[in-house]
Design a protein around this ligand. Structure first.
Ligand code: SAM
Length: 482
């Protein structure tokens, strides 16, 4: 039997089956243990220190107790705490992004994904560089500045050279006042050497969903192809970090396995990255299995109710306070609205999950990876966020100023966010309003920017931000940042 060791580089030691089962047992036993629950909530609360507000976070065991607890007042307390933590470190900014599907050729057999190799009727598509250009121009014309590129795994059709060429093309396109300033990458687990190449190509976050941390289920859900190798997949983030990528994004595809197992596994993975590399995950995504071409989500018997899904989001927020949290358009407007109050800091908008989808007038379904529940335009999403009191942010400054990995975490912890992220968010929102927004959104946005500028504590930064925003409103000068 493997023993649990967060510092180990072996998947089955840092994601240890016995430790997860023991954690679930412990959580079940203590789910009504009020003194313990109160002490865990107290530990997680933001505290004022000489260096600013700090949060201790929680271990996977502590967080699992909160997740198991079903006492209504305590659950309410968790939700309030999650919101408080989010406001302390992320404020009311919500970072915007869009996925860009490069190719749906895939040699894997993932049973939940319509791109699986045995699907012979789905249209297989791969963007040419001209196709990438057209998609990127369409995305820039919507107002996007940050992309997550997506591709199936296929060493012949989508080798690393193809992915690198696409990244180069994406960064090179300057159309009107548009630019893609950060490309995050969601491609299959690969080698240290390939991660190094991705780093050199200037990627932002490397994202890879674990799908499930349960090894036995993992093997059954990925019956064929290179992704079948559980250890190779689970150890990918260590190779990515060895290759020099210091922002990595974790995620579980909720619905495949029991949520308690996935939750403990996800937090153990975060603890492992912290223990070995000194920095936890940059982001955590929370996708749920959705209907797609030949995929019926009901065949997976671990689907989550919206209520449980919300609780998981809140408990992740409390356990890893400095990690960004992402929710995609797999979820409806209603679910996303609630999730925003519980810890989500990044959302996609106007997504097309098919190859070449942004250049089609109508939403194409023939090469789609999953159905999109939130089908609003980016303008509608931006306006909705502002009406809810959030600042939609198109900021990419940290990564471009070299504030990645632990340097980003220090900024997050230093309390300088209001003097740095806040003005950056307002300046990028101003760009969006002038270049892409409808008249109503523009009016709402300008009023919001006026109010939010007042919250910048440092006089010099506030004056400069005001000046830059006036420049954006009156000229084609863009891309100011702190
Ligand atoms: N091929 C890469 C890999 O294997 O990691 C790239 C990822 S794929 C384009 C993006 C993610 O979509 C997958 O990791 C999976 O979690 C998710 N996905 C696949 N099928 C899905 C479905 N039916 N509903 C929701 N999400 C799905």
């Amino acid at each position: 039997m493997e023993t649990y060791n967060p510092k180990s580089l072996r998947a089955e030691e840092f994601i240890n089956h016995e430790e997860i089962l023991e954690t679930i047992r412990y959580a079940e036993e203590n789910k009504h243990n009020l003194p313990l629950i109160d002490s865990i909530l107290e530990k997680a609360r933001p505290k004022q220190t000489a260096g600013g507000v700090r949060c201790a976070g929680l271990t996977h065991r502590e967080a699992s107790v909160l997740l198991a607890c079903d006492i209504p007042e305590k659950v309410e307390e968790m939700y309030r705490l999650a919101e408080e933590i989010k406001l302390a470190f992320y404020g009311n900014r919500i970072v915007m992004f869009a996925p860009l599907y490069l190719s749906n050729y895939c040699i894997n057999g993932c049973v939940y994904c319509p791109y699986h190799a045995k699907n012979k009727h789905i249209t297989r598509k791969k963007l040419t560089q001209e196709g990438v250009r057209r998609e990127v121009i369409a995305l820039q014309d919507l107002g996007h500045k940050r992309l997550a590129i997506e591709a199936g795994e296929d060493p012949v059709n989508n080798p690393i050279e193809y992915i690198l060429e696409c990244i180069n093309t994406i960064y090179s396109i300057k159309h009107k006042n548009g630019a893609i300033r950060r490309v995050n990458v969601n491609i299959a687990a690969t080698t240290v050497e390939n991660y190094r190449k991705l780093k050199e190509a200037g990627i932002g976050t490397y994202i890879l969903f674990q799908e499930t941390y349960h090894k036995q289920s993992y093997l059954e859900l990925h019956p064929t192809g290179p992704k079948h190798d559980y250890a190779y997949h689970t150890e990918a983030m260590d190779r990515a970090m060895e290759g020099g990528i210091d922002d990595v994004g974790l995620g579980v595809l909720f619905g495949l396995e029991g949520y308690q197992y996935e939750f403990a596994g996800l937090l153990m993975h975060a603890e492992h990255l912290e223990a070995v590399h000194g920095v936890g995950p940059h982001t955590i995504s929370v996708p749920r299995v959705k209907h797609a071409d030949d995929i019926d989500p009901d065949v997976f018997d671990n689907s989550l109710s919206d209520g449980l899904f919300e609780k998981i989001i809140a408990c992740i927020r409390i356990a890893v306070p400095y990690t960004g949290m992402i929710i995609s358009t797999r979820e409806s407007q209603q679910v996303r609205e609630k999730a925003l109050t519980l810890g989500i800091s990044q959302i996609s908008g106007a997504s097309r999950t098919s190859v070449g989808g942004y250049t089609e007038e109508e939403r194409p379904h023939d090469s789609e990876q999953f159905d999109v529940a939130d089908q609003r335009t980016l303008d509608e999403v931006v306006n909705w966020l502002m009406e809810l009191g959030y600042i939609p942010s198109f900021c990419t400054a940290c990564y471009r100023e070299g504030r990645t990995g632990d340097r980003f975490m220090s900024l997050c912890k230093s309390g300088q966010i209001l003097n740095c992220c806040h003005p950056n968010a307002l300046m990028t929102l101003a760009e969006y309003l002038v270049d892409y927004a409808s008249e109503g959104t523009k009016q709402n946005g300008m009023a919001l920017i006026g109010r939010e500028l007042e919250k910048i504590p440092n006089d010099r930064v506030r004056a400069l931000a005001r000046e830059h925003i006036a420049d954006i409103y009156s000229s084609n000068r863009r891309d100011f940042r702190f």
